[in-house]
Design a protein around this ligand. Structure first.
Ligand code: UD1
Length: 415
């Protein structure tokens, strides 16, 4: 177990390059299993979740090289679809392995997926969508057994625009017979990235980025070479890090369009943000409260940045009401922020954040990935020293988090 030690009070300033998106990389790596042969994935972040996925793929026969942010995945010798329960339990997107393996191999045995403890995180929408494609799914003692002799396209209306369920159905439907339509699909940029990769493999998918995705099934897909989009959540986190210290930051390798939900909120609280391809943010000494933030599916405010923006609002001028609509239990960071002097009250999915003059350094614990990052940001703004325990949560989603913050002038060390 590791910890971050943060000495607060340094204004961040400098320029950083944003790496590939974890939430795009994981489904795309899984999608390589749809074809036999060598796929090459560039701009792939070095993260624990990616490493776990690589281990899962190696255990079923993939040969994988991972150098300089490029993954070379050879799926020619996949010999099993009995997936490692221990590893699959550790990451949420492991459930997408059903969609990627079922058409070619006819059977997949897997356990329920893991990931951050931010609510019950059911998989009913995944299973309902997959069943609609003629996949027979049995659930027994936490194990999922999926079988299918032939996938058939279908029309599927998602009860909620789940990112993972949309991706799982896209993966399976590529090799189904006939057409599949996903209504109320997730519109996240990572879904578009998956569509682009699958189409490069020879799939016929359109509509990703809207709530209506159309997939014409095909017999066979081929390996492909692709580069992952930049990580909008990491970019947003570093923008908030600069804002919480009253600093400034330039972000290279970003897609500004993907950052509009966070750009709009940061402008509203007083930051100056310009873009000339790169994105530049200059923060006031103290930001204004935002009145209302509601997390929503894209292009609403991202749930993954709810904890970081709460850290920022905890020292803003005024009161902010934050409603978490996406996950049921994503306020694990609140009690920890309160230890640092934040004034936050929670009622169900609503948090009322009264900005305080300043936070003070404290010993806190990261309970999940984004909540952990928020505690580091709070530590950057706090007086004195903050120790963030269980920093391994943070390293699951941010590559070289401490190195990047140090490059920007922060005093942060892993201990
Ligand atoms: C993905 C992201 C995660 C992000 C989330 C929402 C990855 C690896 N992770 O997670 O970082 O926070 O999108 O933007 O891409 N739900 C159900 N039944 C299901 C599936 C989901 O009820 O079968 C619910 C979930 O419990 C949650 C909501 O739908 O309340 C959104 O989940 P979903 O969009 O599926 O998120 P993930 O794909 O797990």
């Amino acid at each position: 177990m590791s910890k971050y030690k943060v000495s607060g009070g340094k204004k961040l300033s400098g320029s950083i390059e944003i790496g590939g998106a974890k939430n795009a990389a994981l489904p795309i790596i899984i999608a390589t299993l749809l074809a036999r042969g060598i796929s090459i994935i560039h701009n792939c972040p070095y993260l624990e979740d990616v490493n776990i996925l690589i281990e899962i793929l190696k255990e079923i026969g993939c040969k994988i090289k991972y150098e300089n942010h490029t993954l070379v995945i050879d799926t020619s010798d996949v010999y099993s679809t009995d997936l490692s329960f221990g590893l699959c339990e550790k990451i949420r997107p492991s459930i997408l392995l059903i969609g990627a393996l079922i058409a070619n191999y006819g059977i997949v045995n897997i356990t329920y997926p893991g990931g951050c403890e931010i609510g019950p995180r059911p998989i009913d929408l995944h299973l309902k969508g997959l069943r609609a494609l003629n996949i027979n799914i049995k659930e027994l003692h936490g194990i999922i057994n999926a079988t299918s002799s032939k996938l058939n396209g279908n029309e599927i209306l998602l009860d909620y625009p789940s990112v993972g369920a949309t991706e799982n159905i896209m993966l399976a439907a590529c090799l189904a017979e006939g057409d599949t339509i996903i209504r109320n699909a997730a519109k996240e940029p990572e879904v578009i990235d998956l569509q682009n990769f699958l189409n490069l493999m020879g799939a016929n998918i359109s509509g990703a980025g809207t709530n209506y995705i159309y997939i014409r099934g095909t017999d066979k897909l081929n390996p492909a070479e692709y580069s992952i989009i930049p990580d909008r959540v990491a970019a947003g986190t570093y923008m908030i890090a600069a804002a919480i210290t009253g600093g400034e930051i330039e972000l290279k390798n970003v897609i500004s369009e993907h950052l509009q939900p966070i750009i709009a909120k940061l402008k509203e609280c007083g930051c100056m943000i310009t873009s000339n391809g790169n994105l530049f943010l200059r923060a006031p000494a103290k930001v204004k409260a935002l009145d209302i933030i509601r997390t929503l599916p894209y292009p609403g405010f991202p749930t993954d940045l709810q904890a970081p923006i709460m850290a920022l609002m905890s020292i803003a001028k005024g009161t902010t009401i934050i409603t978490e609509t996406v996950f049921e239990n994503r306020f694990n960071h609140v009690e920890e922020l309160k230890k640092m002097g934040a004034d936050i009250r929670v009622d169900g999915r609503i948090a009322v954040v009264k900005g305080v003059e300043s936070l003070c350094g404290s010993n806190v614990t990261a309970k999940d990935l984004r909540g952990g990052a928020a505690l580091v940001l709070a530590g950057l703004a706090a007086y004195g020293e903050t120790i963030v325990d269980k920093s391994e949560h943070i390293d699951r989603g941010y590559e070289c988090f401490d190195d990047i913050l140090r490059d920007l002038g922060a005093e942060i060390y892993k201990i």
